[in-house]
Design a protein around this ligand. Structure first.
Ligand SMILES: [Zn+2]
Length: 285
């Protein structure tokens, strides 16, 4: 299933539209144990050897929060100039997905541990751009599916799937920006500089190695365009799980060109999640 995506040149896109970005970064914390149980988080173990009734979501299991996980979340919040909640709670985010054994993810909804911050990011030419932070909240990772028997490793065409719950329950911090406006043609550069700065900060705090190539840190890039002079945001697309600095910049740039092509031909943007292809530098639905 290959479809050609029409693009307009980057310069033409920016001549007519202002980009609005939102960046959601997931960071896997480097705690020794999972967020709500004592299972090890060490990488490389045999599948399903680091699980227990809590992280498998068995009935009656009692989760106990990881104190180091909470401290790490507060450190990140303070480093991002956030307010820290005096108290907060977890929420169930219900959805059915086979690599999530409980059928809900324990996350935070309307009471995140950290909120209303900012990070000043320095671009390569020295210019500083302030990225405002909406929130940083605690949650847990899912397990991992491996699709077997197909040509691509994706679920389509696979004969069966294998599930490994060693990763289920590993602590994650999700850091969400407020809409980033006013960056204009530099928006993709700002996205890259922000993720780079955030990675360095996380490492300096000692809360995670934040190795993007290992999936310890990944970025969802939300992007929309509005006609120059407008003040109402357009419909956004969300490019999920982008896992290198260069790809963050390329994904934002590609989406600007794609959105501009759709909008300037009279079309409408579909709100959807998209997948970034490293080899072509493009996104697909
Ligand atoms: Zn466990």
């Amino acid at each position: 299933m290959t479809t050609t995506t029409d693009l307009v040149s980057y310069e033409d896109a920016l001549a007519s539209y202002d980009p609005v970005m939102g960046l959601e970064v997931h960071v896997e914390l480097g705690t020794a144990t999972k967020m709500f149980c004592g299972c090890s988080t060490a990488l490389g173990a045999d599948p399903n050897t680091q699980t227990c009734p809590v992280c498998l979501g068995l009935p009656g299991a009692l989760p106990v929060v990881n104190a180091t996980g909470v401290e790490s979340a507060i450190k990140i919040g303070l480093a991002l100039n956030c307010e820290i909640a005096e108290w907060c709670r977890f929420a169930r985010k219900n959805y059915f997905y086979p690599d999530m054994p409980k059928n809900f993810q324990t996350s935070q909804y309307d009471e995140p541990i950290a909120f209303n911050g900012y990070l000043d990011v320095q671009m390569e030419d020295g210019e500083v751009f302030r990225v405002e932070i909406e929130r940083a909240h605690m949650e847990e990772d899912t397990g991992k599916s491996t699709h077997v028997g197909g040509a691509t490793g994706r679920i389509h065409g696979a004969s069966h799937s294998l599930l490994d719950y060693n990763r289920a329950g590993i602590p994650l911090i999700e850091i969400v920006t407020k809409p980033i406006t006013g960056a204009g043609e530099r928006a993709p550069e700002v996205a890259r500089a922000y993720v780079r700065e955030l990675r360095e900060l996380i490492r300096a705090l000692g809360v995670s190695e934040a190795r993007m190539e290992m999936g310890q840190m990944r970025c969802d890039v939300n992007l929309s365009l509005m006609p120059k002079g407008a003040d109402k945001f357009g419909t956004r697309s969300e490019t999920k799980n982008v896992n290198s600095l260069r790809s963050v910049e390329r994904a934002a740039r590609f989406e600007i060109q794609r959105h501009a092509a759709v909008l300037s031909s009279g079309g409408t943007i579909v709100q959807e999640t998209r997948h970034f292809h490293e080899d072509t530098g493009s996104t697909i639905s």
